[in-house]
Ligand binder design. Structure first.
Ligand SMILES: [Zn+2]
Length: 315
């Protein structure tokens, strides 16, 4: 994920170059061409741990024995988030006076039902029940550095667990909890160098809870945001909107990292990361590619699991 200078006429072309550069560098370890990899939730695949089922404690998935598909992504037997997906935000660090809280709340409130989110309805479970084009923004809470300004992966889970156990957010197995960190906060397993966000799941108060880390890309604009001024005038928040979209659609189609991914361990949004399709110029000169509610956004494409499979902005 390298710095990209953007023009309205070269969005998809430049993004495609970036995408291939990213893809070339994300598979860790001495993987052979024929290796079947499993997702990490961080945008690259890894070899399944021997003798385990993806390390995730679910019996359904059998990495390396996917159902056959001609769409470039395969179902591995695990659950999906079905029905309405509930989104919760945890504003971690110091977000006072930052319009990101308004912009990203608006995004979560309007992405459900859109032609863009409808792409996710091409994913289904073993009973052929498809994902719904339905997202509900259910609320947020603040966390003022309960785990410090340098978060580990375990620290991110502790932030989510703290919000739930304290009753500030409900415990919701159909929810995706986003830990959104302010610019001064680092995630020490690789934010800005290995990834811009990630999703996973964990056992919290006895339930399998899906959650995601999304950092403020103003911390590293060259790595994690497409433009320093976004459609809503704030590069960090506009960059986060695309990363939230990415992690949300992966959390829905592959919540436990054992449902939909390809043989490289890439989940649906990984397959289209940093590609944006056709954009248009907004009044402040930035580029957008979709309008949700009353705001313009520049959101990455997602993988359509139909017609052979392809990246798109709508379905
Ligand atoms: Zn991803």
């Amino acid at each position: 994920m390298r710095r990209v200078l953007l023009s309205a006429f070269a969005v998809s072309c430049i993004a495609a170059m970036v995408s291939s550069a990213v893809n070339a560098g994300v598979v860790r370890g001495p993987a052979n061409e024929d290796d079947e990899l499993v997702p990490t939730g961080k945008g690259w695949g890894e070899r399944p741990a021997p003798g385990t089922d993806n390390g995730q404690g679910h019996a359904q998935g059998k990495p390396g024995r996917p159902t056959s598909s001609s769409n470039g992504i395969n179902y591995h037997g695990g659950p999906l988030i079905l029905g309405t997906t509930n989104v919760y935000y945890i504003w971690y660090g110091n977000w006072s006076g930052n319009s990101a809280t308004t912009i990203l709340t608006d995004f979560a409130s309007n992405v459900g039902g859109s032609p863009y989110y409808n792409i996710n309805t091409t994913y289904y479970n073993g009973s052929n029940v498809h994902v719904s084009n339905s997202v509900a923004y259910k609320g947020s809470t603040d966390d003022s550095y309960s785990q410090g300004a340098a978060l580990s992966d375990a620290g991110v889970q502790a932030v989510v667990a703290g919000a739930i156990s304290s009753g500030r957010l409900p415990k919701d197995a159909n929810g995706v909890y986003f830990v959104l960190t302010s610019k001064d906060v680092n995630e020490t397993s690789g934010f800005c160098t290995q990834y811009c966000g990630w999703h996973t799941h964990g056992s919290i108060l006895g339930s399998d809870i899906k959650y995601s880390f999304v950092g403020n890309p103003d911390r590293c604009p060259s790595a994690c945001e497409m433009q320093t001024t976004g459609p809503n005038g704030i590069g960090g928040a506009d960059g986060m909107a695309s990363i939230i979209a990415h992690e949300l659609e992966e959390a829905v189609s592959d919540p436990d990292l054992n449902a939909w991914y390809d043989r490289r361990g890439y989940e649906n949004a990984d397959k289209c990361a940093w590609t944006f399709g056709n954009g248009y110029t907004t009044s402040n000169g930035s580029v957008a590619n979709m309008k949700l509610g009353s705001n313009d956004y520049l959101i990455q494409q997602n993988w359509v699991n139909a017609s052979g499979g392809y990246c798109a902005l709508s379905y």
